[in-house]
Design a binder for this molecule. Structure first.
Ligand code: UD1
Ligand code: UDP
Length: 375
């Protein structure tokens, strides 16, 4: 084609890269799009790690992360820089994914400059403004700002309709995380992990802002109690670099026998860890979507989830932050084979691995409404 559409994909954090990568790769493989990847680097190390996992090199890196950054400070840096990027790049369409500060700022800057904005993973809601914080508000804002909404599930689509989003702007696509997972599963066989033969592995992650302080203390105490009560398990805990979450975890659990703290794993290694573990405890959004597809039971260390589909299917359970409740729920899965089998069923409510193709097709139809193009 003579005139390719200029498409920007803005990514800031690890999960945005993982979930945007299938879209970026699909756009790169198309004959109608000229794709440019803009890294805000809201995350520095985790972003680079995830980009490398998919062989993606940003065209522009804004390098905005600061140590222990505040939400207001990050938001103001993002808006100032992204506005300039949009002015310089003059894109025909901009993508952002999820519910981070990068996504909110991208949507707002597109709105100010009247540039079409596509929101990947639209319509997730807990309907509680501070759960999770600030993500619930970020995704609500993103829905007001988006031109196209890529809803991963029927429930997400219904949330958008209930908020008055025009039906023809919503595309039910599945979640691109399942595309990314398939890509990485095919590459994870030869991965070496620090696991002890003969022990069952409990994989743990925790990073949410609403867990800082007392909830995280409870989680750490529960993990200590779990390994003490179960001599045949070990905890593998890839630690998030945020000092308020990962820093505290290291202080509390560094010297506990059979709790293995490691730096955040790259995606290929983390996928291998999910495949090889027995059970997952997490407050992550993405892990709640991936683990069911791999047949691994998940206990969610949160009071609410915007991903109820796997809970409804019985393969994910919300356990919250209470030490005793976490120990009881995990203990049951470790000690009762039937309870474990009931949750380890390989249900995948979040996608079929073809979400990116649907997203890219919808954008092509918006930008070239009259064209009959091969994809
Ligand atoms: C952010 C997102 C959250 C997402 C999470 C994924 C916001 C407000 N939060 O949370 O929605 O679930 O990413 O992991 O958008 N840091 C590093 N290196 C890194 C990444 C973080 O050192 O690669 C440290 C820095 O001190 C940084 C701090 O972590 O200031 C917080 O980073 P930030 O992106 O603001 O929040 P997260 O808790 O990572
Ligand atoms: N992940 C990873 N390495 C880790 C921990 C998680 O690659 O050490 C992946 C995980 O598989 C998922 C994503 O990172 O795809 C989730 O990121 P995070 O939990 O930080 O953010 P959330 O999904 O909660 O926004």
């Amino acid at each position: 084609m003579a005139n390719k559409a200029r498409i920007l994909c803005v990514v800031g954090t690890r999960p945005e890269v993982i979930k945007m990568a299938p879209v970026i790769l699909a756009l790169q493989g198309s004959n109608w799009a000229q794709v440019r990847v803009i890294a805000t680097a809201q995350h520095r190390g985790l972003l680079d790690q995830a980009l490398a996992d998919f062989g993606i090199v940003p065209d522009l890196d804004l390098d905005l992360m600061q140590e222990n950054q505040t939400l207001a400070g990050l938001t103001s840096r993002l808006i100032a820089r992204l506005d300039q990027v949009l002015a310089d790049e003059a894109p025909d369409f901009v993508f952002a994914q999820g519910d981070t500060t990068t996504v909110f700022a991208t949507g707002l800057c597109c709105f100010y400059r009247d540039i079409p904005f596509g929101h990947v993973e639209a319509g997730l809601r807990t309907h509680q403004r501070r759960l999770p914080f600030p993500e619930e508000m970020n995704r609500v804002f993103a829905s007001y700002l988006a031109t196209l909404h890529f809803a991963p599930t029927e429930a997400a689509r219904r949330h958008l309709l209930a908020e008055g989003v025009a039906e023809q702007t919503i595309h039910l696509t599945g979640n691109t995380v399942i595309d990314a997972l398939h890509y990485q599963v095919a590459r994870s066989e030869d991965v070496v992990l620090p696991l002890t033969p003969g022990l069952r592995t409990v994989l743990v992650t925790a990073h949410r802002r609403e867990s800082f302080g007392a909830p995280l203390e409870e989680i750490c105490a529960a993990l200590r109690e779990l390994v003490q009560g179960h001599p045949d398990i070990e905890v593998l805990f890839p630690v998030h670099p945020n000092p308020n979450s990962g820093g505290r975890v290291r202080e509390r659990l560094a010297d506990v026998e059979r709790i293995v703290l490691v730096d955040a794993l790259d995606y290929r290694h983390f996928v291998a860890a999910m495949q090889r573990c027995h059970l997952i405890l997490t407050d992550s959004g993405g892990v709640q979507e991936e683990a069911p597809a791999l047949g691994k039971p998940v206990l969610v260390l949160r009071e609410q989830t915007e991903r109820p589909e796997a809970v409804d299917a019985g393969v994910v359970r919300l356990v919250g932050h209470d030490r005793a409740l976490i120990v009881a729920a995990a203990g049951r899965l470790l000690d009762d084979p039937q309870a474990y089998a009931d949750m380890a069923r390989g249900v995948s409510p979040y996608g079929d691995g073809h979400a990116a193709g649907r997203i890219v097709a919808a954008v092509r139809a918006l930008l070239f409404p009259d064209a009959d193009l091969p994809s």
